[in-house]
Design a protein around this ligand. Structure first.
Ligand code: AMP
Ligand code: ZN
Length: 287
């Protein structure tokens, strides 16, 4: 490895430790679990939290997407073994009797719901429940600045900034004993840099994108942002400006953000039924 790469690695790691410290994402007293997909971002988070001494565990959700899920699971199991990190695995097939592709196709045959949204709702529901069962105090994800810039823009374009209240380096408005806070150590890190770091470190990951993430709003926005001149600065400006106005937005829009418990599953929810149970009711109604 040449000195330029070594310098990049040092600065990359320093930046992420800086984000964790500045935003108080985790302390050594926390029990941290990393939501690992087998991709470069969450693998990097797991590696660094372990390196920084947070003693994390890992949680992988097997979405049962054939070769894609099998390769991710194999990679992340191997990596956790190398690091000496405990990996917890939840199988969607065991949980719901089928994989994510079937759930999505059934729901989408009748309802107009974006496939990444369906998958995201199920993943978040499982992550919170499992993390709580394991007495974890923080869930770390691999979200980076590209993801956040896309989220901010998407919510704006949908005309619903309420959806952005929970963005930020740490989930903010919900504070409840059944809710495990989610943290994003790569919040200020450009995706291209994570890729470079992961490749230099030789992490065993797939660099392809999820095969289902096609034809979505996010895909279009990613392409627009990536193809712009000064794309790096634009993403940084978007996210930095968003963080500046977030406290005011939370004050103004966050009043009705009280936590309830889902009447069907008992998980924390914004309404009397959580998003996952509302969605699975749709699934059962069509099936
Ligand atoms: P995505 O929703 O695919 O953009 O992933 C965002 C973050 O969610 C990743 O960086 C991971 O931290 C987490 N994640 C995604 N897929 C999985 C999975 N199958 N199991 C556990 N965590 C996941
Ligand atoms: Zn529920």
């Amino acid at each position: 490895m040449d000195t330029k790469d070594q310098k990049f690695i040092r600065e990359f790691e320093k930046k992420i430790l800086g984000t964790i410290k500045k935003y108080k994402l985790a302390s050594k007293k926390d029990r941290v679990i990393v939501a690992v997909s087998g991709g470069k971002d969450s693998t990097t988070v797991l590696y660094l939290l372990n390196k920084f001494g947070f003693k994390p565990q890992a949680l992988f959700i097997d979405l049962d997407m054939g070769e894609w899920s099998d390769a991710n699971m194999k990679n992340i199991k191997k990596f956790c073994k190398q690091l000496g990190v405990k990996i917890n695995i939840v199988s969607l097939k065991k949980e719901f009797g089928c994989g994510i592709c079937y759930i999505k196709s059934v729901i989408r045959s009748k309802f107009k719901l974006n496939q990444c949204i369906i998958c995201g709702i199920i993943k978040r529901w499982i992550l919170n429940r499992e993390a709580r069962k394991l007495k974890m105090t923080k869930i770390a994800t691999g979200h980076n600045i590209d993801d956040e810039a896309q989220n901010v823009l998407m919510n704006w374009m949908k005309g619903n900034m309420q959806l952005s209240l929970n963005l930020g380096p740490m989930t903010g408005t919900v504070s409840d004993k059944k809710f495990v806070a989610r943290i994003k150590p790569l919040y200020f890190t450009i995706e291209k840099d994570v890729e470079r770091y992961s490749k230099l470190m030789g992490f065993p990951v797939q660099y392809k994108r999820c095969p289902c993430a096609i034809g979505t709003y996010r895909v279009d926005l990613r392409a627009i942002l990536d193809n712009m001149k000064d794309s790096r600065e634009i993403k940084q400006n978007l996210v930095n400006h968003f963080l500046k106005i977030l406290p005011k937005m939370r004050k103004k829009l966050g009043k009705n953000n009280q936590v309830q418990y889902c009447k069907l599953c008992g998980e924390p929810a914004r309404h009397d039924t959580c998003n996952k149970c509302q969605m699975m009711e749709k699934f059962v109604s069509v099936k």
